[in-house]
Design a protein around this ligand. Structure first.
Ligand SMILES: Nc1ncnc2c1ncn2[C@@H]1O[C@H](COP(=O)(O)OP(=O)(O)OP(=O)(O)O)[C@@H](O)[C@H]1O
Length: 236
């Protein structure tokens, strides 16, 4: 669960601070949340608040992200940044920004370095994660040899390998063709985690339980996906 209380984001400019997210209060409890809106409307800014990549200039962002079955303690993204980032995984549009090791297995292993100190255990856990997402046959391949779709699946696998309680994905299908977009969309919608996805893919957005429409640094509609998409179309 993610809770924003009057969360505001302002950035410095030559003419003083500019507000790029106006005071926003939200309580996000649904398993699937989609965020839609035009270019530059503030979607990424909002999504980055969820895992503390951006801290609110004022107001607060709280995450309750205990493992399933546990009673989650509230984590404040400003105060408990590291714990929030462990609990809320973040997937970027461009997987290349996230894949930093030479081979597929090494990349997943890197994510697991905190959980598994022993190298062999880490390797086995990374293989298990790759198997779960059908990538084990690529384990020893160079990350540079992967297709765009495989790279995005790998980036998601590396994030999910640590079993975060919540996954935030910022336009994860934008660089993908139709087949791979469906693959990644199906994967996101099948996860046990709470998933918040920023997307321009309205078919994907429609599969959520709740959709936020962002415009001019404000959430201008919050409700059922069908109505939200109609609202967005009317805005455009
Ligand atoms: N660090 C920053 N400094 C100044 N302006 C910023 C900064 N970050 C974002 N902005 C501005 O805030 C606005 C919202 O940006 P944001 O990336 O959240 O939009 P978005 O809805 O995700 O856009 P897109 O769909 O194009 O990715 C944009 O006008 C952007 O230029």
């Amino acid at each position: 669960m993610i809770e924003l209380r009057e969360a505001t984001v302002a950035v410095p400019s030559a003419d003083g601070d500019v507000t790029i997210l106006h005071p926003t209060s939200l309580s996000l409890t649904e398993p699937r949340i989609s965020i839609i809106g035009g270019n530059g409307s503030g979607k990424s800014t909002l999504a980055r608040l969820f895992n503390g990549l951006i801290e609110p200039s004022s107001g607060s962002v709280t995450v309750r992200a205990g493992k399933r079955g546990a009673d989650p303690q509230p984590l404040d993204t400003r105060r408990d940044g590291a714990a929030v980032r462990r609990s809320v995984g973040f997937v970027f549009t461009d997987p290349s920004a996230q894949l930093i090791m030479p081979t597929v297995i090494e990349d997943v292993s890197l994510s697991l370095r905190r959980q598994y100190r022993d190298k062999q255990e880490r390797h086995a856990a990374a293989l298990t994660a790759l198997e779960r997402f059908g990538l084990h046959h690529l384990a020893d391949n160079s990350v540079h040899s992967l297709s765009g779709g495989q790279k995005q699946m790998l980036a998601i696998t590396s994030v999910l390998a640590t079993d975060p309680a919540i996954l935030v994905a910022d336009e994860p299908t934008t660089l993908l063709d139709l087949r791979n977009s469906r693959l990644v969309g199906d994967l996101l919608m099948s996860l046990p985690q709470q998933v918040c996805v920023v997307t321009h893919d309205l078919d994907l957005a429609a599969r959520a339980d709740r959709t936020l429409v962002v415009e001019g640094g404000r959430v201008v509609f919050d409700g059922a996906p069908g109505e939200a998409i109609a609202h967005y179309r009317a805005l455009a």
